[in-house]
Design a protein around this ligand. Structure first.
Ligand code: ADP
Ligand code: MG
Length: 248
């Protein structure tokens, strides 16, 4: 079982979007995948799958592991999701030491941990429980300096850094190039996920973009991120017609 912490340092760079859609991409390739929302104070992974107010969520499971089965939501095509509880009271009395026990009870090939922003207790819980770290960043200096701090912490914890998912590429004219990002962080950029209006639409519609439009540029690149994580050299390309339609 690979346990991947999807982490960043800076908030708003695309961790939740990538966790949700990378889960779908790996599931589409035939793997058993569970995505867990480790944003304990501000959970929002469930929204991207259309789960608003889960009856049982991560917070309750961490307090009582017997509730695990009830807190796993199986999305249409097989991805399992453990969303967070949204009520504030659920924050009290959480036992984070139960997280590892919970993960090892899951019968999955991949467990993806959607991390909190920053490098505080919540974010560290994700790094500590993971076997591998996927660093998400944007091609801009503030995101990169936070990503560098994350990289240093992950290295100190002796975690395997799989590489970098560079997200929202093409949003600004003055952005930092892939090669510079790799030199700055010292790891390979596995995917350059473009700024894509389909991502925004998918979040509005509460459906992962890989389901909403599997042929848009962001979906193609997230699928290629899955291939890169699997260590294969195979890559998919956007078809001619979907390129034309993406402009409409
Ligand atoms: P994080 O979990 O790191 O805080 P999110 O995944 O919630 O970040 O993304 C924050 C917002 O950024 C999303 O609501 C979405 O509007 C936007 N976003 C993320 N990735 C993309 C993308 N590739 N193209 C367009 N918008 C994006
Ligand atoms: Mg998030």
């Amino acid at each position: 079982m690979k346990i991947i912490s999807v982490a960043s340092g800076k908030g708003g760079v695309g961790k939740t979007t990538i966790t949700a859609n990378l889960s779908v991409a790996l599931s589409n390739l035939g793997f058993k995948v569970t995505a867990i929302d480790l944003n304990l104070t501000t959970p929002n992974l469930g929204f991207q799958f259309g789960y608003y107010l889960p009856e049982v969520g991560l917070h309750e499971i961490l307090k009582n592991l017997d509730k695990l089965e009830k807190g796993i939501y199986i999305h249409s095509e097989g991805v399992k999701v453990i969303p967070g509880n949204l009520n504030i009271e659920s924050l009290y009395g959480i036992d984070l030491s139960n997280l590892d026990k919970l993960i090892y009870k899951l019968n999955s090939d991949f467990v993806l941990l959607d991390s909190a922003a920053g490098l505080g207790r919540e974010a560290l819980a994700s790094l500590n429980s993971a076997t591998d770290i996927l660093v998400v960043t944007n091609p801009e200096i503030t995101a990169l300096t936070d990503a560098l701090r994350l990289v240093k912490i992950a290295e100190n914890l002796n975690k395997n850094i799989i590489g970098i998912a560079l997200n929202r590429v093409g949003r600004s004219k003055k952005e930092i190039k892939k090669e510079e990002v790799e030199r700055f962080l010292g790891y390979e950029v596995l995917a350059e996920i473009p700024e894509d209006k389909w991502v925004v639409k998918s979040i509005e519609e509460r459906v992962p973009v890989l389901y909403l439009n599997p042929n848009c540029r962001a979906s193609i690149e997230i699928t290629n991120l899955a291939y890169a994580i699997l260590g294969t050299t195979y890559r998919v390309k956007q078809s001619f017609w979907s390129k034309i339609f993406s402009w409409i």
